[in-house]
Design a protein around this ligand. Structure first.
Ligand SMILES: [Zn+2]
Length: 213
């Protein structure tokens, strides 16, 4: 509880302006703690001043917080959130960073993304990847397309499939930047959203501010 939070002039006023990372200090006293102090540790200036970046930050925050369960700490989610906000703030591809978060959070929503090798021939020549199949729940290569294998498969650009695979495999600590053209980024996010629709059925409200068409 933050005393005086709604008064116009109080020491917590910064909390009402956009996204910040802050260190909260509580006094725990009979049940509900009382908020004593707030130290802002990150201001995310670019995120808060640029509406387009802000909408992606909102989407990312919703995807991560919706996966949290009461009373279970998820330090991995927190690290992902911090990394994503940092990358957004540093001016990286918004679609790329949002896609990174969606790919990393997919297992928490019961989804799967199998891009390691073609479902039919088993080869892992990603330059030949051309479709994603919801019959095999796996990627398909261009050598293995028949009426039968194409049933419940969607065409996805080779570039998008490659980036999705990269985001899935890369360790957070190894990412220093996410650079993608806007067009590839949009297609990548759209593809991953199709995967979410297929497996999770969850609807993220903040997604509607972003149009990856
Ligand atoms: Zn194949």
């Amino acid at each position: 509880m933050a005393r005086g939070f709604n008064k116009p002039r109080n020491q917590f006023i910064t909390l009402r302006q956009g996204y910040l990372e802050a260190l909260f200090t509580y006094n725990r006293f009979k049940g509900m703690g009382t908020l004593n102090d707030v130290d802002v540790t990150e201001r995310y200036k670019n995120v808060n001043e640029n509406f387009d970046v802000y909408t992606h930050a909102s989407y990312i925050l919703e995807v991560i917080t919706r996966a949290l369960e009461d009373d279970i700490a998820e330090p991995g989610y927190y690290r992902l959130l911090k990394k994503a906000f940092k990358l957004l703030d540093e001016g990286n591809s918004t679609y790329g960073v949002t896609s990174l978060v969606l790919v990393k959070m997919l297992p928490a929503y019961g989804g799967q993304l199998n891009l390691g090798s073609c479902a039919v021939c088993g080869r892992n020549d990603y330059k030949k990847y051309s479709h994603y199949s919801f019959k095999y729940h796996n990627v398909l290569c261009c050598d293995c397309l028949t009426d039968d294998t194409l049933e419940r498969a969607i065409p996805v650009s080779n570039r998008v499939l490659y980036f999705a695979l990269y985001l899935q495999l890369v360790r957070l600590d190894d990412i220093n930047s996410v650079k993608l053209s806007n067009e590839t980024g949009r297609q990548l996010l759209k593809f991953i959203e199709v995967i979410y629709d297929e497996y999770s059925g969850v609807y993220f409200r903040s997604k509607k501010m972003i149009d990856p068409q």
